[in-house]
Design a protein around this ligand. Structure first.
Ligand code: ZN
Length: 243
């Protein structure tokens, strides 16, 4: 369904469950911003500090300090998006699949029972980029939704066929850096999405700023003409499939 900003109200209290700092900005910064302007409650969970991620510049953001750097970057991003309720789960970056799912699902279920969200957002089961943490967080979130017994609708962020085709056409040289764990992401055409949110231009600008708040991950893309095309395409619309 094509969803207009006014329809976002129907999503009620929103809980985002993500693996790394910046996942939330890529997947749902626009949705978060619209929901907060509607005075909806938005709570986010981040499972790791992202310290095993690739740094955009080793001199500016040394790998050894990446966990602290990305913690601060996410705090800046959440301040920009007016989100004050956030949980770190402090799992090892890259280690979600090896961590015990029972404990993690219990942690998520406890938070869910406390927050009582109407809508939960995470990755689609293949994790867009194919990162194993993305796939695992989707599985944990899905299990937690089932075990919470709350009337929650769970959505997975998914790459649109339109954005992927554009990336294949205009962003060929950076594609392997982005979809680094998969040959091709699972995609769906925008008109087949369960939730497809075209972002108004002021919200697109805010999403770009949310991504800029995390320069250790995004500066390279912003500085690269292809990267900028890719980012701007992903700031125009946010798409989700029901889990
Ligand atoms: Zn991630």
């Amino acid at each position: 369904m094509q969803c207009q900003p006014a329809d976002i109200k129907q999503l009620g209290t929103i809980l985002g469950i993500w693996a790394h700092p910046d996942d939330e900005a890529w997947a749902m910064a626009g949705l978060i911003a619209i929901a907060r302007r509607n005075q909806q409650r938005v709570v986010l969970i981040t499972a790791t500090r992202g310290d095993a991620g690739k740094t955009a510049n080793e001199t500016r953001w040394p790998q050894t300090q990446l966990g602290e750097i990305r913690t601060k970057e996410l705090e800046d991003c959440l301040r920009l998006l007016d989100v004050s309720e956030h949980y770190w789960l402090d799992y090892e970056d890259g280690g979600l699949a090896a961590a015990g799912s029972a404990t993690a699902v219990k942690q998520l279920t406890d938070i869910m029972n406390d927050v009582r969200p109407d809508s939960v957002f995470t990755f689609e089961p293949n994790g867009i980029t194919g990162h194993s943490d993305h796939k695992t967080i989707c599985s944990w979130a899905h299990q937690a939704v089932s075990e919470s017994n709350l009337p929650v609708t769970a959505y997975g962020a998914i790459e649109s066929a339109e954005n992927y085709e554009q990336a294949c056409c205009d962003c060929q040289t950076i594609l392997k850096d982005i979809y680094f764990n998969t040959d091709k992401p699972v995609t769906k055409p925008m008109n087949k999405m369960d939730l497809c949110i075209p972002l108004p231009t002021d919200i697109q600008d805010l999403k770009l700023r949310a991504l800029k708040c995390q320069p250790s991950q995004t500066k390279q893309l912003f500085d690269d003409p292809e990267g900028l095309i890719f980012i701007k395409a992903h700031a125009r619309c946010e798409c989700f499939t029901k889990l």
